[in-house]
Design a protein around this ligand. Structure first.
Ligand code: PGA
Length: 260
């Protein structure tokens, strides 16, 4: 099979996590200024904390810097104190939502929410219903990598997290090895390449031709200094960026990997 990667428009998405108040939106304005001076061939999104989604969308950067949320509840509405539905994110101006980030999949003892792939799939369906695009995260723990279980773990997460109704238009996969997130560690080019090829194969096997067009992002300690090397790997169609998305200059430095 020839790789469809060349035809896929990459996505570089920032994940602000639980960082940022209104004042920090000036970084998005700065990012916009940087981007105005650049020629690049990728989509750009910022997934902000729920409190900032509306204000970010109201900055009206449109398709140049798309707005995203970081999670949504699987239900449309109801007695779920403190949660946000996909409908609400959409109403606030979001176009994207991250589902199944490892910080949410992690159990409560590790500061997470114990989300299973089944829950992730339900959230993805809710996002689809609200016409939000999902960034679905998968990735192995360090112990799973050491045990040689990476492909098995990622394959199972992928299989169980994606509903049958996925299309390249409404879904993006993000491979994020848990041990690479916020740690400054990145897998080798060979390691990333092996997982992305595995994901691509699984997507094509399950969804046919549309599976060949789905974007597969890499995430985990992406920074300006390693972005070009990582984004050149076959079947890497962009990045999900945590820490380095908080500062406009760093984030623009990563987007520059797609400079033309
Ligand atoms: P990082 O986070 O870039 O800070 O490692 C990535 C992520 O968790 O999405």
């Amino acid at each position: 099979m020839t790789s469809p990667t060349k035809k896929i428009k990459p996505l570089v998405a920032g994940n602000w996590k639980m960082n940022g108040t209104g004042a920090d939106l000036r970084e998005v304005r700065r990012l916009h200024t940087h981007l105005s001076k650049m020629k690049y061939g990728c989509d750009v999104a910022v997934c902000a904390p729920a409190t900032l989604v509306h204000r970010l969308a109201a900055m009206k950067f449109g398709a140049k810097i798309m707005t995203g949320g970081q999670d949504c509840h699987a239900a449309e509405k109801g007695a779920h104190t403190g949660d946000v539905s996909a409908e609400m994110l959409k109403d606030a101006g979001a176009k994207w939502v991250i589902v199944g980030h490892s910080e949410r999949r992690a159990d409560v003892k590790r500061g997470g929410h114990g989300e299973t792939s089944k829950i992730v799939r339900e959230k993805m369906l809710a996002a689809q219903k609200a016409e939000l695009r999902s960034i679905v995260c998968v990735g192995e723990l360090l112990s799973e990598r050491k045990a040689g279980d990476t492909l098995k773990v990622v394959g199972a997460q992928l299989r169980q997290s994606l509903p049958d109704t996925c299309s390249a238009a409404d879904i993006v996969i993000a491979y994020e090895p848990v041990w690479a997130i916020g740690s400054g560690l990145t897998p080798s080019v060979e390691q990333i390449s092996a997982v992305h090829a595995h994901i691509r194969k699984a997507l094509v096997r399950r969804f046919g031709t549309p599976g060949g067009a789905m974007r597969i992002l890499y995430g985990g300690s992406v920074k300006p200094s390693n972005a070009s090397e990582l984004m050149m790997i076959k079947d890497v169609n962009g990045a999900l960026v945590g820490g380095a998305s908080l500062k406009a200059q760093d984030f623009a430095g990563i987007i520059a990997a797609y400079q033309r």
